[in-house]
Design a protein around this ligand. Structure first.
Ligand SMILES: *Cc1c(COP(=O)(O)O)cnc(C)c1O
Length: 368
């Protein structure tokens, strides 16, 4: 553990190994593991995380955008990489970097075939995405004949997998909907297989889907948040370890009298004598303004200190009237005990948003 002398995001690779092994222990040994490392591996560091997971023998990676996959290739990652949300303008770059596109619409299918043929590719692996209820990306069930007619006409591409995505995999109240999605996807896969005479891999589950629906594991699971230590439930959170600790330092302490105000627009007014600490982390670092004005808390020497006033671009001020501390002391925004999921709740959001918001200017340190 590094003691913070400035704002740092500390990444613990033994926690990443633990989470990977925990998730693997839930899978049939034949089920492949795709690690989702989009958005800088959920705000951590996609290159370092991917390198670590490659050593652990992960089967696949996924990113959202082409640029994210190209960065992994440039860093020497050789494991297959699925690009979940490519655009036609990216297709040459995708082929140049040996990335595998999600094919989610007829325009994308036609255009990728055109570019792959032009680049003289044969059997270039692609992944066909079906919409089973999220209504975000993907072909409908009735598009199968159309997709197959295009696949049969070209030698340039091959459907390596078919996949879909669950809408409410973490929500017990939506079990019926999730089970219907799993069944619909299996029906699509059977239809495809009978018309194409081969069986592409099938994958459907994200972290919560994998934890809650064994029947949905199929040939591969796509885990993101679980690798980073969150299971979207108290029960599963207990089995996982957050890999990221966000910490900072007290830059300065002020003492203010009743009636004095703190921060921009004077939104905090002291109701009595107060001691306040200024911390070098603001909305440009990923602490959204919704955590200001008493909503969010940080921890100083294990004591809770409320964020007061408006969150500034590069700073927050916290109330330390009753906290035993001095300038230079360490401040925990979240770690393995004061979790990012709890911090998220202060601002009515979720761990995913808090983690991915940590901006690139925050220094990353690695505990390997
Ligand atoms: C982001 C994403 C995932 C990972 O979801 P987690 O809940 O973080 O495990 C899986 N599949 C798709 C299509 C995604 O966009």
């Amino acid at each position: 553990m590094h003691k913070a002398k400035e704002t740092i995001l500390e990444l613990k690779f033994d926690a990443l190994t633990h989470n990977y092994n925990y998730i693997k222990s839930k899978l049939n040994p034949k089920t492949k593991f795709l690690a989702v490392v989009k958005a800088f591996a959920y705000g951590s560091d996609s290159i370092e995380v991917a390198k670590h997971l490659e050593i652990l023998n992960v089967d696949y990676f996924a990113v959202a955008y082409t640029k994210e996959g190209a960065a992994l290739r440039d860093a020497g990652i050789t494991t297959p990489i699925l690009v979940l949300h490519p655009q036609a303008v990216n297709f040459k770059e995708i082929i140049e970097h040996c990335l595998e596109p999600s094919i989610y619409s007829s325009n994308i299918l036609k255009e990728f075939i055109r570019v792959a043929e032009q680049q003289q590719q044969s059997n270039y692996p692609v992944h066909i995405k079906f919409n089973t209820g999220l209504n975000r990306l993907g072909f409908g069930r009735t598009d199968i004949d159309y997709i197959i007619s295009h696949l049969k006409k070209t030698k340039a591409i091959v459907a390596k997998s078919l996949f879909s995505h669950l809408a409410s995999s973490e929500d017990d109240n939506e079990k019926d909907f999730s089970i219907r999605q799993i069944e619909d996807f299996k029906t699509i896969a059977l239809d495809f297989k009978s018309k194409m005479n081969y069986k592409p891999w099938l994958h459907l589950c994200n972290t919560s889907g994998m934890l809650n629906y064994t029947e949905g594991h199929l040939d591969m699971v796509r885990c993101g948040i679980g690798l980073y230590g969150f299971g979207n439930s108290a029960k599963e959170d207990a089995n996982l370890k957050p890999i990221a600790t966000l910490k900072s330092i007290i830059s300065q302490i002020h003492q203010i009298e009743k009636g004095e105000t703190v921060g921009y627009n004077r939104s905090h007014i002291a109701s009595s004598f107060e001691k306040i600490a200024t911390i070098p982390i603001g909305h440009a670092d990923g602490i959204s303004r919704q955590f200001g004005n008493g909503k969010g808390y940080v921890f100083v020497n294990n004591q809770k200190a409320a964020i007061i006033g408006n969150v500034c671009m590069d700073m927050i001020m916290v109330n330390i009237t009753d906290v035993d501390c001095e300038e230079g002391d360490e401040v925990i925004i979240f770690d393995g005990i004061h979790k990012a999921s709890t911090f998220a709740e202060f601002g009515s959001t979720i761990s995913y948003e808090v983690l991915t918001a940590i901006s690139q200017r925050v220094k990353r340190l690695y505990a390997k």
